[in-house]
Each structure stands twice: as C-alpha cells, then as structure tokens.
Design a protein around this ligand. Structure first.
Ligand code: MOS
Length: 767
C-alpha cells in the first residue's frame, strides 16, 4: 500500500505546524540565546528591546510560574537561564510581540552581562576533570583480563566519530492557545506529545490535564524532536498562560542549528584480541560521550551504546565502559540509532585495524565473527541471529567475487582513481532500553456509517507509521482501507505516550490498534450471531462481508455496524499493549532488553579521485532482515533514507564548534548534507526471506534506525580506496571522512611541516 501521505506531500497539502490556521490575536515569540558557552549570568538588559514597537512582553526565568526546569531524565536543564549559562544559545529571555519581525528585532537589542567561565568542548577533558552527567556504566561478559594471554594478536586504538545535525526540514516550533478555565492547547512539532505536556505542566505549575498537546505530523524528527521539542513548548505555553493570548514560535534555521543539540560525538579507546583463526576473543572499550551541557537523553543513549558494543559479532570476553561527559555544547540528544551507530563505528574500526595489521581483508574477520542463534550478548540476552543468512545471501546475490575482481582490476589499471569496497553487517536491538517505555495505546471508533477513526500515540514524521496503523486496522477489521482515517496524535485522546522513537513506534502502537480492532470484531461477531440466529463461532467478518460457515450472509460491514449501534453495543475501543518478555536489571547489567534484533548486510563500493580527494558512492547493495514486511514501499524508503543519512554522517557532515563553544558550521553553506549528487548511484535492497517468529507487528520488523548503519560501510570503503592508492597512509579512525581529510590521508607526507587550517579544524571538530 502506498504511503497515505504521499499525494498530499507532493502537492503541498499536508498540514505541518505552521499550516495550522492561526487564531486571531496570535502573538509571536523569539528566544534570546546566550552568546557565550559558559559563565555567570549577572544581568540581562531588556529596556531597549522592550521599546521595539509591537513588543508585548519579555519573559525571563523570574516569570516562570511553576518549576524552571525541562530536564527529562535528570532535572539539570533550566527552561530559561537563571544565574548561569551552560552553552551558546541557551535561552535567557523570551520576547513576545505582535509580529515575528518585531520579536526578532527586539532579540537583537537584548544584552547580558556574563562573567565567563572556562569552556570545555572535549569529552576526554571533561572526563579528566570528573565532569560526568551520570556515573559510568560497565557491561561485562567473560573475563577480558584473563583472555588477553590466550590471544594470538592483541591491538589497541582510538576511534572518533563526530556529531550530526538532524536537519529535519521543519524546524522546531510550538503554538500555544489558551483555553477556558486556565487550560492551554499546544500544537508542537514533537516526537513526544506527552513529554511536551509534562514539560508545560511543570513549567506552568498546573496538572497535566490542563494541557493538551496535539501533533498532526512532523516535517522530520530523526530523534531531534524527542526531547528537544520541549523547550519551545514550555516557552510558548508559559507566555500564553500569562498573557491569555495564543503564542507561536517557529525557529529560524540558524536559531535551530545553533540552539539545539545534535548526535553525540564520541571519542573511544579500544583493545581487541584475536586467536590465530581470527576469532575475536576479547574486546575492551571505553566510550567518551560528548553529552553537552545537560543530561537530556544522554544517559539512555550511553546505555544503547553499551548494548551495541559488539554489534553483530559474538565476542566471549567483553568489558565495555561508557562515560557521559559534561561539556559546554548544547545538550546532545537522540539521533537515529541513539548511540548504537557510534558503538558500531568503533567495533568496525577495531576490526579494520586488526585486518590491516594481520594483512587480511576486514571482511574475513567480520565474517568469521558474526553471531549465531544462542550466542550471548554482553548484556545477557541470547541472539536469534540472521547475521550469517544476510551475509551469505549478500555474497551470493551480488556476486561478491565478481565485484571484488572488478575493484581489483580497476585499481590495477587506474592510477589516480581508486575503488574501495566494504561489507557492513548490522544488528540492532528493538525496544526502548528503558523497559517501562515499551507500552502504547490506541483508540478506535467505528462510526455508525461504517467509517473508522484511529488514534494512537504514534507521531507521523515522514516514516509512514500512519500508513502502517491504517493497514493494521483495515486488515484486522477486514474492511476497505478507504474506510479508515488516521487522526492526529493528541494527549487528550491517547495519554502517557512514549515518544515515537527507538524504531518501536509501529510495533507498539500497531499492536495496540490490533488489540482494539480485535475487540471490536469480537463484539460485531456477537451482534451478527444474534441478528442471524446462528452460533457466534460460525460467524466471521471478511472483506466487508459477514460470513456464516464461510458463506455470505444477509449482513455486510455497514449493516452489522448499524445493528450493533441499535443494540447499544459499544463501537469504540481503547486498547493497551505492553511488550512481553522484555526486562533488564541495571544492578547486574543483565537481562533481555530487546523484543528482537534486526540484521542485515550491505556491500558498499566507492570510487575516489585521488588527485582531488573527492569521491562517489557507486553502490550500496543490501540484504536486509525485514521479517515479513507489511509495507515494502515504506520500508524501502526508510532503508534508502537511512543509508543516505548514514553516509552523510560518515562523509560530509562536519560539525565544527570552536574552542569557545560556538557552532561555526551553523548554516547549510558551512554544513554540508547529502544531496542527490552525493547519494549512491545504486541502492539495491533485497529482503531476507525468513519466517522466524518475532514480536513485531504482523512480524514486520522495525526499520527506522538499523539501516542508518549501512552508511558506515562508506567510511571503510573510502578507507580501503585510500589504502589502494597509498598503502602506507596512516588513516586515523576519525569520522567524517570529508574530501579534505581524504586528500590529507592520500598525501600524508605533504603538509607535515606547516599544520594546515584543516588539521586544526579537525582537531576542534572531534574535541
Ligand atoms: Mo530516536 S534516535 O530513538 O528518536
């Protein structure tokens, strides 16, 4: 089934927050963000700004009627700075005016007296100073200390991966409209309506029932609106509450890029030991996560990093430690993969280094160590593995021998152009690692004309979840999909939602829709049995018909619905789903945190221009473990998008904070994201046929985050291309592999005497 939004998207009819018709008298907000990254806030000067025509009021921390706090996991983040600023862009004041232009003109006239404090942008430096967000955590399996002696090869190294700007097309925004009796209705571009509701309740000092958060859809989220949508909700709700006027704030791209956190940069030390047959016997790793200036979701992301330390490989002895380091960058946050890709990059760096030192192709070590069903992850769960199946199918289907020959021949006959090839086998755990979040609800109404309305806690952000919810309802009710309408996501209809995140949204909410629809079908069968005077066991609903012993009866969908209404039988159901089987014990760091894992293997081929350092991705060829895809078109879209986004992270997207903590790559002219020209020339996606049972909705495995990691293959393919040109080049594991870095790696001897600007920038980038 086609994505139900596709036609409206391409014709511009889809409704985003800024398309919601504005209520008369709507005011416009804009935040004044801290110009420095760290300091004591002595005074804020608002007088000049207040004189700008149209300015209604300027809010500061003093105006907060409830708690000046938006921290979700840890209460360490004020909505508006009080005595201290902790990052550049941290909101200090919120101007509300009769026009967007007036609000922004006023912001420019605000000044603050800030006594500067030392700025830390490097997680290792923060760690050395004991500046951690939460205590470190260690996952253990076997005994690494004892294992080193049994290894034929032991080597150690360091890997760095930079952050990533989400670059959702729709910037952060919120619109708060006062209701009677002190209520506020809030439109928010958020992945987590309940988090917005909770934040507004906290900031206003009112019960959650005073607030409704409603979301029609997002123009992209990617994790960036999981927690970071809350600040704007808090500001607009506060202003609306105090002014009794609707207040809207849509961030400009520059504000959004400067004020919001990104994917966490990681700096990591590892040690890996292999036996003579290239089996990995031991892996020790210390992750330094650059959390930024507040916890945000960092502790949860750090946890997912630990859960993915060995990726898709079985390693019998593991010690993995993670440090969430407090720096003065905007609080870094969720981004597709949620710490998993960072761990994956390190594991693959360790394998690449081992391969190089031992003179084998990395794929030999990769293949040798893929996990198998029954293998234990360092956190205690046993794998139900498709790793070998995906790998073998990829080798066969894409004729790896031929591919390899082509690359070798090309490299043998070309001097200034080189190709590189890399495998990237993936494995990603599905479920929120915080077990309690694995729950969802759905509300299904059948109207007495036979049309159906479905509300869930899922937020549509382009990933196609509403299409899948519609499919679930139509399939379980056995009716034409045209009868079903997906409603907006509202905290008044569905309460206490988990964010649409962790790739688990379709599973959790889909199961709830399934349960609701099954309950309704049960009631309709009862009604039909009474109407037709047959036993209920003989009745079935199929393709809009009521069947008795599989034969058509006098009743169809509409008639049985009408009959149910006339018999005063409820045509509405609110269902609750909680993932069974998942649990985790943080004291022992063992358990069964994931409903299942998603596997896959990609083969990436790149061509490098070794004169210029530029490159193109020739192909990404994938065998992916869909389970049984309930919507191949939607799922392929997720995979293609994930691959390109992953390639962006690994190649051209270079976040640069200077030593004062200011983001220098704060526009699309200085921060390059993949465009159609940098997308792979070919993306091939083949499903792995499998009938393994799983907990996914209709066995259709989650697809949001896992494919992002296929993009990591591009990094290693590029690295191999560099090595084909210059085998002596010491290529550091320092992503992204920008053309600039490629050029320096191709000719490492050239600029050694005078450190180039680029060297310095790279240092800052990973700092
Ligand atoms: Mo997603 S990175 O779990 O919002």
């Amino acid at each position: 089934m086609k994505n139900i939004d596709s036609k409206n998207h391409v014709t511009g009819r889809s409704v985003y927050l800024d398309d919601v018709p504005e209520v008369a008298g709507t005011l416009y907000g804009a935040a004044f963000g801290s110009p420095v990254a760290h300091g004591h806030l002595r005074a804020v000067h608002l007088a000049e700004a207040a004189k700008v025509p149209g300015v209604v009021r300027i809010f500061t921390a003093r105006d907060v009627t409830g708690e000046n706090q938006i921290g979700g996991i840890i209460p360490d983040e004020p909505l508006l700075a009080e005595h201290k600023v902790d990052f550049c862009g941290m909101p200090i004041a919120f101007v509300v005016a009769t026009s967007d232009e007036a609000a922004r003109a006023a912001v420019k006239l605000i000044t603050a007296d800030i006594e500067p404090l030392p700025v830390i942008t490097d997680p290792r430096e923060a760690h050395a100073l004991g500046q951690l967000i939460v205590p470190p955590r260690t996952f253990r399996l076997g005994d690494t200390a004892a294992a080193w002696d049994t290894c034929a090869h032991v080597l150690a190294g360091r890997a760095d991966s930079n952050g990533q700007e989400h670059l959702y097309i729709e910037t952060q925004c919120a619109y708060a409209v006062p209701q009677e009796n002190g209520g506020v209705k809030i439109y928010s571009s958020t992945q987590s309506p309940t988090a917005g509701q909770r934040t507004a309740a906290r900031v206003l000092g009112v019960p959650m029932h005073q607030l409704e958060v409603e979301v029609q859809r997002l123009g992209g989220g990617f994790g960036g609106k999981e927690d970071q949508a809350n600040a704007w909700v808090g500001l607009c709700a506060l202003a609306a509450h105090l002014l009794h006027k609707p207040v809207k704030y849509v961030l400009h791209r520059l504000e959004d890029m400067a004020m919001t956190g990104k994917r966490h940069p990681y700096s990591t030390d590892y040690k890996i030991g292999l036996d003579k047959d290239l089996r990995i016997l031991a892996f020790e790793v210390s992750y330094y996560q650059n959390a930024g200036a507040a916890a945000d979701l960092s502790p949860a992301i750090m946890e997912r990093t630990l859960f993915h330390s060995t990726s898709t490989y079985f390693v019998p002895n593991v010690t993995a430690t993670a440090y969430s380091c407090h720096t003065h960058l905007p609080p870094n946050t969720a981004f597709r993969g949620f710490g998993g890709p960072q761990a994956k990059f390190v594991m693959e760096a360790a394998i690449a280094q081992a391969a190089e030192q031992l003179g084998v192709d990395a794929c030999v070590i990769q293949k040798q160590n893929l996990n198998r069903t029954g293998d234990e992850f360092p956190f205690g769960q046993k794998a139900v593995s498709e790793a070998h199946a995906c790998w073998h199918k990829a080798e066969e289907l894409y004729d790896i021998d031929q591919l390899r020959r082509e690359v070798e021949q090309f490299n043998a006959t070309n001097t200034l152009l080189k190709k590189g090839l890399a495998f990237m086998p993936i494995c990603f755990g599905i479920s929120f690692t915080n077990t309690s979040m694995n729950q969802a609800r759905a509300l299904v109404h059948i109207y007495y004309d036979g049309s159906v309305s479905v509300s869930t806690g899922a937020v549509e952000m382009g990933q196609g979840v509403n299409t899948k919810m519609l499919q679930v309802a139509a399939q379980v009710l056995s009716i034409d999909p045209g009868r079903v309408r997906l409603q907006s996501t509202s905290t008044s209809r569905i309460a206490n939602t988990s964010p649409s995140a962790a790739s688990a949204t379709a599973d959790l909410n889909g199961r709830a829709v399934q349960l609701a629809c099954e309950a309704l079908v049960g009631r309709l069968r009862e009604v039909a049995a009474l109407e037709l005077g047959v036993p209920e066991s003989a009745v079935a609903l199929r393709d809009e018909q009521v069947l008795v012993h599989n034969q058509p009866s006098a009743l169809d969908w509409k008639k049985v619905v009408t009959a149910a209404f006339l018999r005063r039988v409820s045509l509405s159901e609110h269902a609750h789903y909680a993932t069974p089987e998942v649990h985790f014990n943080k004291a022992t760091e063992k358990g069964h945190p994931f409903a299942y894992h998603v596997y896959g293997t990609s083969i990436t081929v790149v061509t490098m221009d070794c004169l210029r350092g530029t490159y193109a991705v020739d192909a990404v060829k994938v065998v992916h473990d869909f389970g049984q895809s309930m919507n191949p078109a939607v799922d392929r879209g997720q995979i293609e998008g994930g691959i390109v986004q992953g390639i962006g992270w690994m190649t051209m997207e270079e976040l640069l904070y200077d030593p004062t903590g200011r983001l220098r790559s704060n526009t699309l002219s200085t921060y390059k994201v993949p465009d159609i020209y940098s997308a792979p020339k070919e993306i091939a996606i083949e499903p792995l046929a499998t009938d393994t049972d799983n907990l996914a909705i209709f066995r259709s495995k989650a697809v949001g985050e896992p494919p992002f990691m296929y993009g990591i293959g591009t990094y290693f393919a590029l690295r191999n291309a560099i090595k084909a040109f210059n085998p002596q080049s010491p290529v550091a594991f320092d992503a992204p592999m920008t053309p600039e870095k490629v050029l320096l790696a191709l000719y490492p001897e050239a600029p050694a005497s005078a450190p180039t600007r680029s060297h310095e920038r790279s240092r800052v980038a990973t700092a």
